[in-house]
Design a protein around this ligand. Structure first.
Ligand code: CS2
Length: 465
């Protein structure tokens, strides 16, 4: 079967990419970006008839996406899998693909380009190379960037690009982090301080916070075959997603931006309530289902949430531990939100693997779960269900031979020769990049963890009374 390209278009994209100039650099050209910001950007370009917002996508690790997209003129499709028949749409907003390790200078040059006024990022939690609330200055790659080599880290790329600009930039983190905008601003500040040089444009550069939401599992061969069937041509770069898509962006830009609100995004003064609700309800529950589900042998999140005991625990997590810590965003009913999240997880067509959501727990837990633990403890409450979620991660790390996590060596070393529940809990509570001293020193939290790790390792049914 022939390949998707501009000269081989079964379904035309909503914009002709040849008509777009480059106005956005996106760092982290994974499936999520292609199913989320790139789609909203295309819709905005169409609705506002504005051709300035083509995207330069940057892969941070390998040339795989470039190799998939180059023969396709940057085109790819989004295969939407909901409860009805799947549908497919070709997206035309990506104008250029760069592979950072192969051409780090080109990335900096693009960020410095005066026609670019917005940089967006989806580089995952670990891509920020943070330690606590600041930049990990002990990270060898950060250290190497600070010596002045063409930068390989995301913070190094942003800093080097800014140093070459006269006009300020807006940098929009689209990762699942608490206060992602201010957090990234702090990392860049730390970098400039370590460098001993702050470019003039930094002061006026904006870092709006944003909350992104769309479930985008890794694409499988079955997805590629399905897209080919629907398109009539082969698309090696297809991404698969649920129908739901949400993007809430803090309206704080240094210069021009795409009319993203016309593409379905919400621009608002305060993203925090949205972000907290999403991280603490959706992402925490997702992770809990991933760990408990994987421990029960379920391959997908949909299978895990169809287990009555696990779905009851998911509801309990949100109602008992999370909702009391949240301020509802305007117009959002948190109980309904929780129910809708579980319905989305139950989508049987998505095949989102428990092991995919389970990865990188050491950087996900602090964002998704530990704020809830802290707030519940501060309120004098016992965080029973969220502690079960943390305990499930602990047992998952204990029982999984090769843990997919940036801290896997450290986690495995901490657990070497250990199997007794209290010892497992103490060993992992001692990993200070995950647990802060206040949590380590809480006897209430520790006892709950020991209780849950004991029942999970004993293999008894999982319930929280
Ligand atoms: C998931 C998220 O992999 C994970 O950790 O919890 O990627 C989740 O699917 C998205 O945040 C949904 O918006």
């Amino acid at each position: 079967m022939s390949r998707l390209s501009l000269t081989n278009l079964p379904v035309a994209p909503a914009v002709d990419p040849r008509a777009l100039s480059i106005g956005i650099v996106h760092l982290g050209l994974g499936a999520f970006h292609r199913a989320h910001q790139a789609v909203v950007t295309e819709r905005a370009a169409v609705a506002s008839a504005d051709t300035r917002w083509g995207i330069t996508g940057v892969s941070q690790r390998s040339g795989k996406v470039r190799d998939q997209l180059a023969p396709q003129d940057g085109l790819y499709s989004v295969l939407e899998r909901g409860l009805g028949d799947p549908s497919v749409q070709v997206i035309g907003s990506i104008r250029e693909v760069l592979t950072a390790p192969e051409d780090p200078d080109a990335v900096v040059t693009r960020i410095a380009d005066p026609a670019v006024s917005v940089v967006t990022l989806t580089v995952t939690e670990k891509g920020y190379r943070a330690a606590g609330h600041g930049l990990d200055l002990g990270d060898p790659e950060i250290q190497a960037d600070l010596t002045g080599r063409p930068p390989r880290t995301v913070v190094g790329q942003l800093a080097a690009g800014m140093a070459r600009r006269d006009e300020p930039l807006t940098i929009v983190s689209c990762d699942n982090l608490v206060a992602n905008g201010p957090f990234l601003r702090k990392l860049v500040t730390d970098y400039f301080e370590a460098l001993g040089k702050v470019p003039e444009v930094f002061e006026a550069t904006r870092f709006p916070a944003s909350m992104v939401d769309r479930i985008v599992p890794a694409t499988t061969d079955a997805d590629r075959d399905e897209a080919a069937r629907l398109l009539g041509v082969r698309d090696e770069a297809v991404v698969v997603a649920e129908p739901f898509l949400q993007w809430v962006i803090e309206d704080d830009f240094a210069g021009d931006r795409p009319a993203w609100e016309r593409g379905g995004a919400v621009l608002t003064g305060d993203v925090a309530p949205w972000e907290q609700a999403k991280l603490r309800m959706l992402n925490a529950t997702h992770s809990m289902l991933a760990y408990l589900g994987a421990l029960r042998g379920y391959e997908t999140i949909a299978e895990a949430v169809r287990d009555d005991e696990l779905s009851a625990l998911a509801r309990q997590l949100m109602a008992e531990d999370v909702v009391p810590t949240l301020k509802a965003p305007d117009g959002l009913d948190l109980t309904e939100y929780g129910a809708s999240v579980l319905e989305r997880f139950a989508n049987p067509a998505l095949k989102h693997r428990t092991t995919q959501v389970a990865m990188d727990g050491s950087v996900k837990l602090p964002v998704r779960m530990l704020g809830t633990v802290r707030d519940r403890l501060a309120a004098g409450a016992e965080p029973r269900v969220v502690s079960l979620a943390v305990a499930a991660w602990m047992v998952y790390v204990l029982k999984t031979p090769i843990v997919d996590d940036p801290q896997s060596d450290r986690l495995k070393a901490a657990l070497a020769g250990i199997s007794e529940p209290a010892a497992v809990v103490d060993a992992l509570l001692g990993v200070d990049s995950v647990f802060t001293p206040d949590l380590r020193d809480s006897t209430v939290f520790r006892e709950l963890l020991v209780e849950h790790v004991s029942s999970l390792t004993a293999g008894s049914s999982t319930s929280v009374g």
